[in-house]
Ligand binder design. Structure first.
Ligand SMILES: Cc1cc2nc3c(=O)[nH]c(=O)nc-3n(C[C@H](O)[C@H](O)[C@H](O)COP(=O)(O)OP(=O)(O)OC[C@H]3O[C@@H](n4cnc5c(N)ncnc54)[C@H](O)[C@@H]3O)c2cc1C
Length: 377
């Protein structure tokens, strides 16, 4: 067998492609394998767009990561020669006593992010695309926008290959054997050896980490609605948005970049298995999103023009899993999803590369430690 790789990256989607690039740029002997040919539409990183926002209602702990990630996406766009990120501003809407608006404001204040609080009258004047009730408030932040997920992955993989990474598409990892000097990765096309392994297999992680981290895969549907007239919903005129439309329930939208306005519920989907997902869309799902759009958004055609399924991989606390497997520190886990991970991938790839090279992570990873799910002794 050939000399072992320094690092093997398993899964070349949002996170894995970035880790591969960061390792290749360090001059490491690195291999990346994927069960498909990325970018592809089987996992969690397809559908033309992802929101990036900074006033993070989920927790202020994410803000340093996303600020760093924004700079890295811009650098990737320059290096790849592609416009991967479009700034549109972002609107978080909901009740004043809800989770989203106060949470986003707390993050913005804690980290000095530019933001503006808007009441219903301001919203109606500035953003008539949104049909708000009198009790709806919002936080607007200028530093939010749209990432192109497929182009981000393709760009990172292209640069990684140029920097010397070996890329093996259509090569699923089936198991890892740990031996004293090396980790042995089994694949249908033969074994590979590596000193470290980064597992970034998205919705297939539950299978690979069974017994270590409790992950649940959730089926989601993304929808595209054509605007009746283009101008109000054009990306840049309209912001990306997230709306707490009922306490603790959310839907989001991404303005039109050519295919229509993308709208989807955030969570509320059924449990799924990545290898056995029902990709057909039920009439009841269509009726549900039609009603949500008709109630909240103005100027869109009532029927969606397109719809695609996608997969969230959720932790119980909806925080990421990033760090070493507790009893095998040579294997690093990266499950950055729970429906909000894409925006961080450029930074998490760098962080994983640092960990794989025994460098300081540069960020507080304690909230993401895989060990937090182990029973306390
Ligand atoms: C509908 C939807 C909307 C979302 N919207 C947003 C958003 O607006 N903003 C945001 O920040 N986040 C968003 N997210 C979340 C974000 O897209 C995910 O967190 C992110 O894409 C996950 O990246 P990943 O690298 O973990 O998985 P993926 O990008 O899916 O990559 C995993 C890769 O692993 C490969 N793989 C699996 N098993 C194996 C194996 N055994 N061997 C080799 N390779 C394997 C797969 O083929 C795949 O290519 C959204 C997610 C969905 C589904």
């Amino acid at each position: 067998m050939a000399r072992p790789y320094d690092v093997a990256v398993v899964g070349l989607g949002a996170t894995g492609s970035q880790a591969l690039l960061a390792l290749a740029r360090r001059g490491r002997r690195v291999v990346g394998l994927d069960r498909f040919t990325p970018p592809h539409a089987q996992g969690s990183s397809h559908g033309r767009s992802r929101i990036i926002r900074q006033a993070y209602y989920e927790s202020p702990a994410y803000v340093p990561l996303v600020r760093d990630a924004w700079d890295r996406w811009e650098a990737l766009a320059r290096d790849a020669g592609q416009p991967l990120l479009q700034r549109t501003g972002g609107l978080m809407l909901g009740p004043a006593g809800g989770t989203l608006v106060p949470g986003a404001e707390a993050s913005a204040r804690a980290h000095g992010l530019a933001h503006q609080r808007l009441g219903a009258a301001d919203l109606r004047r500035r953003f008539p695309q949104f049909q708000v009730g009198d009790a709806t408030e919002a936080l607007h932040e200028p530093m939010a926008g749209i990432l192109d997920p497929e182009a981000c992955i393709a760009g990172a993989l292209g640069l990684a290959a140029r920097a010397g990474a070996t890329i093996l598409p259509e090569t699923p990892l089936t198991s890892i054997g740990n031996e004293p000097g090396v980790l042995r990765l089994a694949t249908p096309s033969g074994p590979l050896e590596a000193g470290r392994v980064i597992l970034a297999a998205g919705a297939w992680m539950p299978r690979l980490v069974r017994g270590t981290v409790p992950l649940a895969v959730e089926r989601q549907v993304m929808w595209w609605f054509r605007p009746r007239t283009e101008a109000p919903w054009r990306a840049g005129t309209a912001p990306v948005f997230l709306w707490e439309w009922e306490p603790g329930r959310y839907f989001y939208g991404i303005p039109d970049q050519g295919a229509g306005v993308k709208v989807a519920r955030h969570h509320d989907g059924p449990l799924a298995d990545a290898d056995d997902v029902d990709r057909t869309i039920a009439p009841a799902e269509r009726a549900d999103i039609r009603a949500l759009v008709a109630q909240h958004l103005a100027g869109l055609e009532p029927d969606p023009a397109d719809a695609v399924t996608c997969l969230y991989t959720n932790t119980p606390d909806h925080d990421f899993v990033v760090g070493p497997v507790p009893d095998e520190p040579r294997v690093l886990l990266a499950s950055a999803c729970s429906g909000h991970g894409f925006k961080f991938a450029s930074t998490l790839g760098e962080v994983l590369a640092r960990l794989a090279c025994d460098e300081p992570a540069g960020f507080d990873l304690a909230p993401f430690a895989p060990a937090r799910f182990l029973p306390r002794r």
